[in-house]
Every structure is written in C-alpha cells, then in structure tokens.
Design a protein. Structure first.
Length: 472
C-alpha cells in the first residue's frame, strides 16, 4: 500500500525504502564529496574525522529526527506542517518561521547549487572529449602540462556564457524530476540513481585502493592525534555534520510530509544519517588515495575536486574513464540534492497559491534561474556587483558567495536552532513522543540532546559564521 494513501491523500512515497533512498539522496551531495574531503584535508585528517562522526550522532541525528517528525505530523508543506504542530500544541503559529526560513534558504541554495552542478557537467564532457583524444588505457590528458590541466577550472569560470548555460542545463534536469511529482519523479530518480551512485562510489574506491596510496589515506583519515583536536577543528567538524545532512533547509520536513504513519522515524533517521556518514568517509577513501599517489597535497580546499583531482587522473591507468565515472558520480549526488532543494519551495508554493505542480515548479525554477545566472557570472567577476558590500562579513563578495554565506552562516543555523527549541521546549511533548518512534532511555537521551546540546552547538556554528575571527 502506498504511504500516501494512509491518511492524507497527498502524493507521497510508495514505500519506506523509497523514502529512505530519497532522503539519503537529499542528504548526500556535494557536501559529502566536495566539502568533507576538503574540510578533512584542511583540518588535519583523523582528529577532524573522529569528532565529525561524534557530531553526526549527537547533533546531526537528533535534528534530523526533529525535522522529519514535524513534516510527518503536519502532512503538508514545511511551513504549514510547523504551523499545525504549533497550533495543536497551543503555541503561536508564528513558530512556522523556522520552516519558512528553511524554504527561503532552499530556494537560494538551489540557485547557486545548480551552478556547481553545471561545472560538474562540464568536467564530464572534458573527460569524454579527452577519452577520444588520448585513448582508453593510459592516463588522462596525455602530453599536457599540469598547469594546463589546472587551468581548465579558471578557464571555465572565466567564460560567463558557458557557466550560465551549464547552470540552466543542470536546473532544467532538476526541474524535470520535480515537475513529475513525488512518486512519479523524485522517487523514481532516487530508486534508480542512488544505487547507481553507491556502485560507482565503491567501484572507484576499490580501484583507487589498488592503484593509489590507500594505506596512507587510512592513516591520514583515521589516525587520531589529540593535539590536532583544536577549537577551530571541532567547530569545523560540527559544521560539516550539520551541513552534510542538509539540515536547516526544511528538506527533511518537506520529505517527512510525504511519509505514512506506519514508518518508524527514529530507525529511518538512523539509516539516513549512517548512509550519509558512510558516503562522506568513503569519499575520503576514494579521493585521497588518488591525490596522494600523484604526490599532491590533501589540503587544497574546494579546489581539490576541480583542479587537484583532474591533475591526479593524469598519472592513473584508465585515467579518462575514471574521470568520467567520478564526475558522473558527483553529478548524481548533486542532482538528488538539487531536486530536494527545488521540491521544498515548490511544495510551499503549491499549497500557498493552489497552483498545480508543473506551473509551481516552473515558477520557482525561473526565480532560481535568474539568481543562478547572477551567481554564475559572479564567479568570474563579469558581474561587478557586490550586493552586501556594506556588511563587513560579505565585503567584496559576489552573488554566489553572498548566497552561500547568507544561507550557510545565518539562515540555516537559525532555522535549525529554532527547530530544536520548538521541538524540545515548545511543542506538546505527547505529540512529539508519539512521532519519534523512541521509548525509554533512548527517548530521554534524544530529548536531552535536542533541548540542550544541539541548540548550543548550533549557536556556536552561528557565532563563528558571523564572527569568523572569534576563534583562532
């Protein structure tokens, strides 16, 4: 029996496994494949990884469950689900602001996220072209200077028409699945693409373990050196755990609104968080052996994926093939996340205005297209426009960086803080306990984490985001 038929009559997931795959797809994205290896490399490896796993368990998982239960209880768009729970708890309907902030964040994020998705499409084409030029068996970019390979990225960023076109292409693919609906679009995408993603991830990791510096990577990622666990490293790990699970953008509230009453949310949340963490760790085991085997540094930051790795593929057998498969894998992860991000404001607009799904999705996508074009142009400074230059935190930043900074440093942490306060302190305890699927000691532990540890940790993320020089 389809989950959506059990009470609400809304389009929804056909099964628990479909919801799990879609939710994993929402969480697994560039934060796992791009941000996690970059953060681990920049923050000393093992100490960061160990504390990151701890943060997923103690902070990420409780907030994930909190968001999902709001959606499942409300069976509506994210703001309306929060409003319903508040009304039934005898609290102010204005608590829906926690979900409204998430909806606004999701809209802004998808606008620049698709820009990055467009970059991934470009690299897929680059490696396909190289395969025809250099052949199947050798390394990628044969006969080309390393500086020339690393110049692929700035050359792309400097081509405004190309970056905008790629952004539109990736947004169009995202729109296609969202416009088809939950069970006929988003679910089908998740059911087919997420298993393919995991197959590619494992296959490339196994390949790298034979041809790369796998033992060096294991030592780097999992050797715990207490002296490296500094304040900045701990805060970076807390932030990565939070962003990796896509919390604070109302995605899990929205997806939870399509879940039937027969699904145990606690167990499902554990599976989602575990899969997300697994992908992040395996991404490190996938990427760093290739980097180390090529004699390159692990602390390249965001340039790791778009400059360091293409260079590393030059020295690998089947380099062009592995490059294609790697960026296809990244593209799949980016797509499943962008679909979830676009679904959040689409669901809200449908309920707010009564629009059918296709015009609602197209309206949101059109707005994201405009912001995305400005974001794409701002990466090469063709759009000499600094909208928040009067704020020191955003001084000298273009549209892409402003959207990224506003959402990751302010809106997402604030939305998550409000969620923990609402669920932990405001909402009716009986209603909350009936949704979690927890009992006994686990219920007590979860409530303590949501009431105390999670909001304090999220406040730290917010403070460091706004005052980056406050720690050293």
């Amino acid at each position: 029996m389809a989950l959506e038929s059990q009470g609400s009559g809304r389009d929804g997931w056909s099964s628990r496994s479909a919801f799990i795959l879609a939710a994993i797809g929402s969480a697994v994205g560039l934060g796992n494949l791009w941000r996690f290896p970059a953060e681990a490399g920049a923050n000393g490896g093992g100490a960061f990884v160990v504390f990151y796993i701890l943060c997923v368990v103690l902070i990420g998982l409780p907030v994930l469950l909190s968001e999902t239960l709001i959606g499942r209880h409300g069976q509506s768009s994210a703001p309306e689900s929060a409003r319903r729970l508040a009304r039934e708890s005898g609290a102010s309907r204005h608590w829906s602001i926690l979900a409204s902030l998430g909806v606004f964040s999701a809209f802004m994020i998808v606008s620049f996220y698709c820009v990055v998705g467009g970059w991934v499409l470009h690299y897929i084409w680059v490696f396909i072209s190289d395969l025809f030029q250099t052949g199947l068996t050798g390394g990628a970019f044969q006969g080309r200077d390393p500086a020339e390979i690393e110049a692929i990225w700035p050359s792309l960023a400097g081509n405004g028409a190309l970056t905008v076109g790629l952004d539109f292409a990736f947004l169009a693919i995202t729109l296609f699945f969202v416009a088809r609906g939950v069970s006929s679009g988003i679910e089908i995408m998740a059911v087919w693409l997420m298993p393919a993603f995991f197959i590619l991830l494992i296959a490339i990791t196994i390949y790298g373990s034979f041809g790369g510096a796998f033992s060096e990577t294991v030592d780097y990622l999992f050797t715990f050196e207490p002296e490296k666990l500094t304040g900045p490293v701990m805060l970076a790990a807390v932030g990565q755990a939070f962003f990796s699970l896509s919390l604070g953008v109302s995605g899990m509230i929205t997806y939870g609104g399509y879940v039937g009453r027969n699904v145990n949310l606690a167990g499902t949340s554990v599976i989602i968080a575990s899969a997300d963490t697994f992908v992040a760790l395996v991404a490190g085991l996938c990427i760093f052996p290739i980097v180390f085997a090529a004699g390159l540094g692990a602390n390249a930051g965001p340039a790791l994926m778009f400059q360091t790795l293409p260079h590393a593929f030059q020295s690998m057998p089947l380099g062009s093939v592995i490059g294609i498969l790697f960026f296809v894998m990244v593209g799949v992860a980016a797509l499943t996340s962008s679909v979830a991000l676009l679904e959040v404001p689409t669901s809200w607009l449908m309920e707010k205005t009564g629009l059918r799904r296709v015009p609602a999705a197209c309206t949101i996508a059109f707005g994201a297209m405009i912001l995305g074009a400005l974001s794409a142009l701002s990466t090469n400074q063709l759009a000499d426009f600094y909208p928040l230059n009067f704020i020191p935190l955003f001084e000298g930043q273009g549209v892409f960086d402003v959207l990224d900074g506003l959402t990751s440093k302010i809106f997402m942490p604030v939305a998550a803080i409000l969620t923990t306060i609402f669920v932990g302190w405001v909402a009716d305890r009986r209603l909350i306990d009936s949704e979690t699927g927890l009992s006994g000691g686990l219920q007590v532990i979860w409530r303590f984490l949501v009431c105390w540890l999670c909001p304090l940790a999220l406040l730290a993320i917010l403070a460091v985001g706004i005052f980056p020089d406050s720690i050293g």
